[in-house]
Design a binder for this molecule. Structure first.
Ligand SMILES: C[S@@+](CC[C@H](N)C(=O)[O-])C[C@H]1O[C@@H](n2cnc3c(N)ncnc32)[C@H](O)[C@@H]1O
Length: 252
């Protein structure tokens, strides 16, 4: 019997997990306390669980290789899957609040690893609340790219505090980003696009990339095309609003 006949959650033709077995609520409340394991510090993140080919044993203390890209609210993981082959030596992780969606991404990565030996070993996902636990996963100056693609808009003013980009959260992101690192944001909600751009523009530790820099960065092209949400917006002919900023050293 074929393996996928035994496991109906995997597609018979592609071997990839089928989304209908991972239905999730449209939203999760980022301010509520969910129950999932949280590493007490970045040193306690077990890299061997996430990247077994790079870290065959749980003892990673001597390793200088660390996660460099974080996709915040990664959804079904489309961006990470594209980045994994574009940057095969870079460790990257998706952070996702919804458990079933996280499970789907896990299965997707495992299926891709099986179908493509040696590839997709640098990509992983974790179920967590990025609004609370970023410093548990990353050290000061660790990350070189952070992604916030089509984040939940939280339209009502009283819910703006649930937005994953805010003045206060940018302080935290500036802490875990190295100088020169880039934050990528995109949305199809104009008001949220303005909000994210204003937060970044007004923050002393970020500056906008120039149009030439945006043109030269291969990752920028993926922002609207690689994620499931971006593809949905493109199918519906929707407009997108992008803000891409670099972490700079504070001026003295
Ligand atoms: C609209 S979806 C976009 C998904 C993906 N970035 C894309 O473009 O297809 C937003 C995702 O962010 C997740 N999310 C919202 N708040 C979060 C938080 N505080 N921590 C982690 N994930 C969060 C949601 O569960 C949802 O999957």
């Amino acid at each position: 019997m074929l393996e996928n006949e035994a496991n109906p959650t995997l597609s018979k033709s592609t071997g990839l997990p089928r989304k209908r077995f991972y239905r999730a609520r449209a939203h999760s409340n980022p301010l509520s306390d969910s129950h999932f394991p949280i590493p007490i510090s970045p040193h306690h993140v077990d890299y061997s669980l996430h990247y077994p080919q790079f870290f065959p044993s749980p003892d990673q203390t001597d390793s200088s290789k660390k996660i460099q890209f974080a996709d915040i609210g990664c959804g079904f993981g489309g961006l990470l899957i594209s980045l994994a082959t574009l940057f095969p030596e870079t460790l990257m992780i998706g952070m996702e609040l919804r458990d079933k969606v996280t499970e789907y991404v896990k299965e997707r990565i495992l299926a891709l690893r099986t179908a493509n030996p040696g590839q997709y070993q640098n990509v992983s996902v974790v179920r967590t609340n990025s609004m609370k636990y970023i410093p548990n996963y990353f050290e000061k100056g660790q990350l070189s790219k952070m992604f916030f693609l089509f984040p939940d808009p939280h339209f009502k003013e009283k819910n703006h505090r649930r937005r994953v980009i805010s003045r206060f959260l940018l302080d935290e992101y500036a802490y875990v980003l190295q100088v020169g690192a880039v934050i990528y944001t995109i949305t199809d909600v104009e008001e949220l696009g303005e909000w994210m751009k204003t937060c970044l523009k007004e923050h002393p530790m970020f500056e906008a990339l120039t149009s030439q820099e945006l043109e030269a960065d291969p990752v920028v092209k993926l922002l609207s095309s690689a994620t499931e949400e971006g593809q949905k917006v493109a199918r519906n002919g929707g407009q997108t609003f992008r803000a891409v900023y670099r972490r700079i050293a504070p001026s003295l």
